[in-house]
Design a protein around this ligand. Structure first.
Ligand code: AR6
Length: 171
C-alpha cells in the first residue's frame, strides 16, 4: 500500500530513500531547490555530479545524499516553459516517470518530489501538480513504493497540490 502525501516543507529536511532535485542539464548546481540541496548535501555532491556528464531534459540520474538526511538524490531536469506547445507536458511527464524508474531500479521505497519546473523554469504549478499526482497514482497502483511525497514550498503551492489531488480523487 502506497501513501501519496503532500507535505509543505523544505525538501532537504526529509529522511527518505530519495529526494528529487529539479536540476539543470549540467547537474553542476544552481539556484532554487537545486542550490538548497547542494548546500545541505555538502561539496561531495557536486563532485559526484560532475562525473555524470550532465542530464538531458526529461531524464534522471542518481547520486548519494551525503550530508542530507535522505539517502539518495535523484536529479532530473524539467522543461523550461515556452507556452505549452513545445512538448513541455511530455517532457515533464518523462522527468517524473524517469525518477520513479530510477528509484525502482535501486529498490527505493520512499521518494519526495519538489514542484519540478514550477520555479525558474516557469511551468504553471497547477498543470505540473496534475501531471505529478497522476503519475504518482499510476506508480502507486503498480506497487513497490511505501511513500510518495510531494513537497510544495509555501502555503499557496500547498493549496494548488491539495486542490489537484482532490480533483483527481487522491488522498
Ligand atoms: N524545498 C522544496 N521546494 C523548494 C525548495 C526547497 N528547499 N526551494 C525551492 N523550492 P526551481 P525549476 C521550490 O526554480 O523551476 C535551478 O537553478 C520552488 O518554490 O528550484 O525546475 C536549477 O539549477 C519551486 O516551486 O526549479 C535550474 O537551472 C520549485 O521548488 C532551474 O533552477 C522548483 O523551482 C530549474 O528550475
Amino acid at each position: 500500500m502506497t501513501s501519496i502525501e503532500i507535505i509543505q516543507t523544505d525538501i532537504t529536511t526529509l529522511a527518505v530513500d530519495a529526494i528529487v532535485n529539479a536540476a539543470n542539464n549540467t547537474l553542476l548546481g544552481g539556484g532554487g531547490v537545486d542550490g538548497a540541496i547542494h548546500r545541505a548535501a555538502g561539496p561531495q555532491l557536486v563532485q559526484e555530479c560532475s562525473a555524470l556528464g550532465g542530464c538531458p531534459t526529461g531524464e534522471a540520474k542518481i547520486t548519494k545524499g551525503y550530508r542530507l538526511p535522505a539517502k539518495h538524490v535523484i536529479h532530473t531536469v524539467g522543461p523550461v516553459w515556452h507556452g505549452g506547445d513545445k512538448g513541455e507536458p511530455r517532457l515533464l511527464e518523462n522527468a517524473y516517470r524517469n525518477c520513479f524508474r530510477v528509484a525502482r531500479h535501486h529498490n527505493l521505497t520512499s521518494i519526495a518530489f519538489p514542484a519540478i519546473s514550477a520555479g525558474v523554469y516557469g511551468y504553471p504549478m497547477a498543470d505540473g501538480a496534475k501531471i505529478a499526482l497522476s503519475i504518482a497514482s499510476e506508480e502507486a497502483a503498480k506497487g513497490g513504493f511505501e511513500r510518495i511525497i510531494f513537497v510544495p514550498f509555501n502555503s499557496q503551492a500547498e493549496k494548488v497540490y491539495r486542490d489537484a489531488a482532490a480533483a483527481l480523487g487522491i488522498g
